[in-house]
Design a protein around this ligand. Structure first.
Ligand code: R5P
Length: 294
């Protein structure tokens, strides 16, 4: 029997694409809060001996992860054969070392915890910096979907004569890949993070690229301050207003409004986290990779 795809609330569109592309059935799931805020879970279909996929992107993870755990454990209790999580945004990847004495390395803790109740994870471009591969911290199967081809396609079709600008050394991995696909040049800046909300980004050298449209590109837009700092340098240097492309539109607090106010031309993201800026659809490429895995 084919696998079943369950949509964690809010992930119905993704679940439909995954099911349709792979000829899978959509599983029914009831998830609600009791009056005292504890979680009620019921799997509404027979999962015995069937492979299962839970579609659940994990931006703003803390309110979601306990009920995700209950869903997975219930599937297991009911006899599901395998449980894969499709989480287009994988959180808790940035605290990947102890920066100061006493800090928890939550990337490791979160990975160990998810590994304790899932069989595999599919995600889109996780934030890999000091951790080079998910297999370093996840004890289960992992698969990374690359958003670069979809982003290259969008840039090639929507930006005239682009110059890609990555705001920090970590971004080099995506920026070089996207530049190759969009057949355009790129530069990578240097970033120093001062605290959660403040960053210094080096000034881009644009002398060789005067006629090009700057496209800032980063994996996560969280506070937006990385993009804002880079955009300000461009505006100050008299460059055209930049297009901002992010893979994961986390947009904490007023980040979207603050980035808009920084004088950028356009903000575009992939639909790994639902947001009005989602112009790049990566659900089909996630579904394609799921096909290979299943
Ligand atoms: C960090 O190194 C990431 O690649 C992003 O640059 C970072 O997460 C962006 O965060 P924020 O929007 O808060 O500056």
């Amino acid at each position: 029997m084919s696998a079943l795809v369950f949509a964690y609330p809010g992930n119905e569109a993704l679940a439909k694409v995954l099911a349709a592309a792979n000829g899978l059935s959509e599983g029914a799931l009831t998830l609600r809060q009791f009056p005292d805020d504890e979680t009620f879970v019921r799997i509404e279909c027979d999962v015995k001996n069937r492979g299962t996929v839970i579609a659940c992107t994990l931006d703003r993870p803390n309110p979601k992860i306990l009920s995700l755990y209950f869903v997975a454990r219930t599937l297991r209790d009911l006899g599901a054969k395998r449980i894969w999580l499709v989480t287009p945004y994988l959180p808790y990847m940035r605290q990947d070392k102890q920066f100061h004495a006493g800090e928890g390395v939550t990337a490791n803790e979160f990975a160990a915890w998810l590994s304790s109740f899932l069989d595999g994870i599919i995600t889109v471009d996780p934030h890999l910096h000091r951790i080079r591969s998910l297999s370093e911290i996840y004890a289960i199967r992992t698969h990374v979907v690359a958003a670069a081809p979809a982003i290259s396609g969008w840039i090639a079709g929507n930006v005239t004569s682009p110059l890609l600008i990555g705001p920090d050394s970590e971004s080099a991995q995506w920026v070089s890949e996207v530049a190759r696909g969009a057949n355009c040049p790129f530069v990578v800046l240097e970033k120093k993070r001062l605290d959660d909300r403040n960053v210094n980004v080096s000034v881009p050298q644009l002398a060789d690229y005067r006629d090009r449209t700057p496209v800032l590109i980063d994996d996560i837009i969280a506070t937006g301050h990385t993009m804002i700092a880079a955009a300000r340098h461009l505006v100050h240097a008299g460059a055209p207003r930049p297009v901002c492309v992010g893979i994961h539109s986390v947009f904490a607090g007023q980040a979207y409004e603050e980035l808009t106010d920084a004088g950028v031309a356009r903000i575009v993201t992939c639909n790994t986290v639902s947001h009005p800026t989602n112009e790049i659809d990566v659900h089909p490429i996630i579904a394609r990779d799921l096909t290979r895995i299943l």
